[in-house]
Ligand binder design. Structure first.
Ligand code: MBD
Ligand code: FE
Length: 260
């Protein structure tokens, strides 16, 4: 084996020391006994083996990371990236006279949703040519690439805002979603007497020159899970109306990005 110069990473050291300090305080306060400790180790092992570590951490920890990032800052509030983002979604093509259509099966089930918005900077200027990535679940509550039935990029895609920072995309209305509840994450939820539901949501990621990437979600007024989202992803700015049009639904939200 080749010898490598080990470089000390000060940030890793800082974070690790903080982590140990707080875990020690936690153990002291919780007075964990050895059986409880062993139960925890076994549960954490099952969590990892079931591939649920990203799920568990996104549901129970990511929200706190975000709050530390945006509290008291201007612009649209970020929300969870979640465990179901994948790279490489298709570019949605603009055909003259037709709306952009989020990648979908020819017989995609669900109500048609026209979703539109505007992207601007905190100074009020619109942000044309902003890359918008969008992904969501289907009418049965499943995310493609994590569900054997759907093509890999089903209900995933990206596109760019127009010269006024506007966009409009045709998709289907997402549905409330139960996180997997039959594995170690579900075991934890049962102990906590917490339901596994998330309100219906669209996932969006915005990338514009000179601006912080905005990763967020959009929710709909009246959803029964808004107040008790298991992943604590709902933010006041992010809830919009699902309006009834003849034959389809319409929703819109404007997004404000922070300069870097
Ligand atoms: C989801 O769909 C999601 O968005 C998050 C954050 C966690 C679990 C499932
Ligand atoms: Fe999601």
């Amino acid at each position: 084996m080749q010898k490598q110069a080990v470089q000390k990473n000060e940030r890793v050291e800082e974070v690790f020391h903080l982590f140990v300090k707080h875990v020690q305080n936690f153990l002291k306060e919780a007075k964990l006994n050895h059986e409880e400790y062993t139960n925890f180790v076994n549960w954490a092992d099952r969590l990892g083996r079931a591939g649920e570590l990203p799920l568990y951490t996104d549901v129970f920890l990511e929200s706190h990371v975000l709050k530390a990032m945006y509290t008291n800052k201007p612009g649209t509030q970020p929300s969870l990236l979640g465990p179901y983002f994948i790279e490489g979604s298709p570019l949605l093509k603009k055909e003259p006279g037709k709306p952009l259509v989020l990648t979908q099966r020819h017989d995609e089930a669900g109500e048609v949703l026209m979703f539109k918005g505007n992207v601007s900077s905190t100074d009020g200027m619109p942000l044309p040519n902003t890359r918008v990535e969008m992904w969501q679940n289907d009418h049965s509550g499943k995310y493609s690439a994590f569900d054997a039935d759907a093509p890999r990029y089903n209900l995933r895609g990206h596109f760019y805002t127009d010269e006024n920072g506007d966009f409009e995309v045709k998709t289907i209305v997402p549905v409330p979603y139960s996180i997997p509840a039959d594995g170690p994450t579900g075991e934890f939820l049962k102990y906590m007497d917490q339901h596994p539901m998330r309100p219906a949501h669209l996932h969006l990621m915005f990338e514009a020159e000179g601006h912080e990437t905005l990763i967020t979600q959009v929710f709909f007024e009246g959803d029964e899970w808004l107040e008790t989202d298991v992943a604590d992803g709902v933010r006041t700015d992010l809830v919009t109306k699902l309006e009834d049009k003849s034959g389809h639904k319409e929703a819109s939200l404007n997004f404000v990005m922070r300069p870097q």
